[in-house]
Write a protein that binds this ligand. Structure first.
Ligand code: C2E
Ligand code: MG
Ligand code: MG
Ligand code: MG
Length: 281
């Protein structure tokens, strides 16, 4: 009887695997063609300066409109693109799109682009950044590159060398999703990041877990001491905003202000968010 249970569980497991692999295969075929078919778009989410009450820039977030499934979240297709060796070409395209959009905004509005750890293992990355800046004419000081802690995990020396090359171009470097990976603190010692983005799990738990407030306070203070600015991710309520402001956080980003929107809506957001921040101040 025990044997029967085991086989049942095995079949169940197998069926689950098949569904997952089928989903993967379905996405894979389309993902290989997505760039060529123009199915990608870059959207922009505003970054709000808490002291000035102004939008100072946008984070570029990739969107994929799958022909039959509709919008597929990046958390699903970016890992697949990394595995399939597609992230290099997709990442280069995002850099060009983001820089071209930002070059049309009035200075000093800036744009932040996410980089995959896989892109860091290729020398092409620095050339792609130079190429995107050159083609758009965007000043390097208006481009920010976001990397997660996983990028620092492998090949640290090569990653550090690439980070230094990028920094020499005059772009800014931000550590994304801070506090969720391994040994976050040791990375801060290895490279002079310009910005720390505090992961949205800490913001989300602000009113629930007392520890989250302590962590946000400590990270904000630490960043200031290291000469780095801080962005709080995932700000959804006025209460969270007030707390972050009281803790001296530099910037906030989240649905409270806006989701990521197409490039042609960016300047409208700068105006409307600027107005509403004046009202609450
Ligand atoms: P991320 O870089 O940490 O980006 C922030 C994510 O949080 C975005 O999800 C954004 O839509 C979401 N977000 C912003 N405000 C709020 C909020 O108030 N509440 C909630 N619940 N979520 C909020 P998105 O666009 O789904 O992207 C997910 C991740 O995919 C990104 O996390 C980033 O790691 C990756 N990604 C997106 N675009 C690119 C890209 O062009 N290249 C690479 N390599 N990765 C990308
Ligand atoms: Mg990011
Ligand atoms: Mg993030
Ligand atoms: Mg995140």
């Amino acid at each position: 009887q025990a044997k029967g249970d085991g086989r049942g569980a095995f079949r169940f497991f197998e069926a689950g695997m098949n569904a997952k692999m089928q989903l993967r295969r379905g996405l894979e075929i389309h993902l290989r063609q997505a760039l060529g078919r123009g199915e990608f778009a870059v959207h922009f989410q505003p970054l709000v300066e808490l002291e000035a009450g102004e939008v100072s820039g946008f984070e570029a977030l990739l969107r994929w409109d799958h022909p039959t499934r509709g919008q597929v979240p990046p958390d699903q297709f970016i890992p697949l693109a990394e595995e399939l060796g597609l992230i290099g070409s997709i990442g280069a395209w995002v850099l060009r799109e983001a820089c071209a959009a930002a070059a049309a905004w009035p200075a000093p509005l800036s744009v932040a682009v996410n980089l995959s750890p896989v892109q860091f293992r290729n020398r092409q990355l620095v050339l792609d950044v130079v190429g995107a800046l050159g083609a758009s004419g965007l000043a390097p000081s208006r481009l920010e590159l976001e990397i997660t802690e996983t990028a620092m995990l492998f090949d640290t020396d090569a990653t550090l060398a690439t980070l230094r090359q990028l920094k020499e171009l005059g772009v800014r470097i931000a550590m994304d999703d801070f506090g969720t990976g391994y040994s976050s603190l040791s990375y801060l010692r290895k490279f002079p990041f310009d910005k720390i983005k505090i992961d949205r799990t800490f913001v989300r738990d602000l009113s629930v877990t007392e520890g989250s407030l302590a962590i946000i306070r400590a990270v904000t203070r630490l960043a200031a001491d290291l000469g780095m600015v801080t962005t709080a991710e995932g700000v959804e309520t006025h209460e969270q905003l007030a707390t972050l402001r009281a803790q001296g956080c530099t910037q906030a980003q989240g649905y409270l202000f806006s989701q990521a929107r197409p490039a042609n809506e960016a300047l409208g957001l700068v105006r409307s968010i600027g107005r509403s921040m004046k009202d609450v101040a």
